[in-house]
Write a protein that binds this ligand. Structure first.
Ligand code: HPA
Length: 278
């Protein structure tokens, strides 16, 4: 019963946060973009935005990762109503999936049609070059958890949601074609979510490769599961900031991940723009 109580409370908290955002003029975004590590500068593109700090939104808490600003930015961009989230709550910050998935639930409750979920990740695929972008075609949830565990919130979606077309196949095809036409290198592959916050071991990365993963990261899956549950379109964009552990004979660092992202800003923005436009 306690769990049922908490879930009821979750539905209420989601409604309260969404209601607050609606009262600020944010309603039914065409697209929500969740920005990954080092990719937050994209938010500066929105002109005349409504900017809200997570701290000011009921039930939201600021992200704990230093480069994450914890801001929600809303405005018109490329002719669409676009909501950007600069900073996310990673699962590793609390070990609580409800917390990691909460912002995505609020976006769903606002009536968001399309989610563009972005992240930085380690490149597992040995045939690829780091520093490029990967369109997510599927994911492997290695977190050992799922944000839909607990009583189902029927108002958003079914108890057993299908995950076959989570990363919208038509949109992927369009995006790969557009990137090719514009001469942008875009891989397409499978994202594996590890919990972090420690980076993976080389053996874990070998395991990831064996089971079909191309990239290893610590986010995205909670939001994708929630958005898919509610029937939203999803595009996932990964920045391959480094070769994953053990691929090169050298250690990994968080600073390296954010540093690498500075070089991809323009190309990332082009691909994100395309993902909004298509
Ligand atoms: N592993 C997990 N998450 C990451 C990595 C990585 O190598 N790089 C950036 N985020």
């Amino acid at each position: 019963m306690l769990n049922a109580y908490l879930r009821e409370n979750l539905a209420e908290r989601v409604r309260e946060s969404a209601g607050f955002l609606k009262s600020k003029g944010i309603e039914s975004p065409d697209v929500a973009v969740i920005l990954g590590s080092g990719l937050n500068d994209y938010a500066d593109r929105i002109e005349n935005p409504i900017v809200l700090s997570y701290d000011d939104i009921p039930n939201m808490q600021a992200g704990a990762v230093s480069d994450h600003r914890g801001k929600l930015i809303y405005g018109t961009y490329l002719g669409k109503k676009v909501l950007l989230m600069a900073g996310r709550f990673h699962y590793y910050e609390s070990g609580d999936m409800d917390k990691a998935a909460f912002p995505a639930r609020v976006l769903v409750a606002l009536g968001t049609k399309r989610f563009i979920i972005t992240n930085a990740a380690g490149c597992i695929n040995k045939n690829w070059e780091m520093g490029n972008l990967m369109l997510i075609k599927d994911h492997i949830n290695l977190s050992g958890n799922n944000p839909l565990i607990g009583p189902n919130l029927d108002e958003y979606g079914p108890r057993f949601p299908d995950m076959t077309y989570t990363y919208n196949p038509e949109l992927r095809e369009k995006l790969m074609k557009r990137a090719d036409e514009e001469g942008i290198k875009l891989y397409e592959g499978v994202y594996a979510m590890f919990t972090g916050p420690s980076f993976e071991t080389p053996a874990e990365i070998n395991f990831g490769r064996t089971i079909g993963a191309d990239a290893a990261g610590m986010s995205t899956v909670p939001e994708a599961i929630i958005a898919n549950h509610a029937g939203c379109e999803i595009i996932g964009i990964t920045f391959l900031s480094n070769m994953a552990a053990g691929v090169l004979d050298q250690p990994l660092s968080g600073a390296e991940v954010t540093e690498a992202a500075t070089h991809i800003q323009d190309i990332f923005a082009k691909v994100a723009d395309m993902a909004i436009e298509i």
